[in-house]
Design a protein around this ligand. Structure first.
Ligand SMILES: Nc1ncnc2c1ncn2[C@@H]1O[C@H](COP(=O)(O)OP(=O)(O)OP(=O)(O)O)[C@@H](O)[C@H]1O
Length: 270
């Protein structure tokens, strides 16, 4: 995320205008992810909901950003648009410099598989497969070969050496989430997108998973974007982005849980 000098940067994000071809990201492709004036509405007429009202953000490579906001503020919609799971109503999303608008569904699916790693609250592991096969699943889907050195490094980083032949049911929740992190990492994605990654874990195990994500950022230069409701979880990020009513209304660098909770209270979160 661009550092703009601390809190209260409402409406101070500026982006150069797009090139005539509309194919260049605001940072000339150097950022991991960029959104420019992204809006999203659902339904029409009386049922119309404006979930995102014009979001412009950029994630630098090797950054760890948390997204927070009251219920209904647009966090999931933001994540889904950023990941190409949902199409914005207007605006543009660039992933690693590639614009997503106008991309056919099949290409978008491939891009998501190759360049985004997903970590969900519910782990989403395949129960019939062992740890090794769960981790390598994204590569096997595309028929890519596994780089043994990278596989070993990923497994060691997430602390699963010695568990490769276990099935998910034989692992603790924290271990299962670490399998999911390894699976997200194996393709060396532009961004790991984590949606409430510690929502199902106790606080100590959750903290271990968050420390792992932070280490991936600091030591491997991985980019991580995480949606969370938990100020303690958000405090592991380098920056927190606050959404309210479909807009980015505040940002906090080097967050503490206390400061995050304070802003959430100001935003009317109960
Ligand atoms: N598929 C959909 N159809 C219609 N409205 C939707 C849809 N998805 C989200 N919305 C609406 O868009 C707004 C933003 O929803 P979103 O799920 O992005 O918020 P959120 O911040 O993730 O909420 P929560 O913290 O409760 O999960 C809400 O008003 C929601 O009702």
């Amino acid at each position: 995320m661009l550092f703009l000098g601390g809190r209260s940067v409402k409406n101070r994000l500026t982006f150069p205008s797009r090139t005539p071809g509309g194919t260049e990201s605001p940072a000339g492709g150097s950022g991991a992810l960029a959104l420019h004036e992204v809006t999203k509405h659902y339904g029409s007429g009386e049922n119309r909901t404006q979930a995102l009202k014009g979001i412009s953000v950029e994630l630098a490579r090797g950054s760890f950003t948390a997204v927070m906001g009251p219920s209904g503020s647009g966090k999931s919609t933001f994540l889904h648009c950023a990941a190409g799971l949902d199409r914005p109503s207007s605006g543009e999303v660039w992933l690693g410099g590639t614009p997503l608008s106008g991309m056919r569904e099949s290409r978008l699916t491939r891009l998501r598989r190759d360049r985004i790693g997903f970590v969900f609250q519910a782990y989403n592991l395949l129960q019939a497969l062992d740890v090794r096969d769960n981790i390598t699943m994204p590569l096997r889907l595309t028929g890519e070969r596994v780089d043994p050195a990278w596989f070993d490094e990923v497994v060691e980083r997430v602390g699963l050496t010695g568990r490769l032949h276990h099935r998910p049911a034989q692992l603790s929740g924290g271990q299962q989430q670490r399998v999911a992190v390894a699976r997200a990492l194996i393709t060396r994605p532009d961004v790991i997108m984590a949606d409430e990654p510690t929502g199902a874990l106790d606080s100590r195990t959750g903290a271990q998973v968050l420390t792992l994500l932070r280490d991936l950022v600091e030591e491997l230069g991985q980019t991580v974007l995480m949606v969370t409701h938990d100020p303690l979880a958000a405090a592991h990020a380098q920056e927190v982005l606050f959404l309210a009513d479909g807009l980015v209304v505040d940002r906090l660098m080097a967050p503490t849980a206390h400061a995050v909770a304070g802003i959430m209270t100001e935003l009317g979160d109960r």
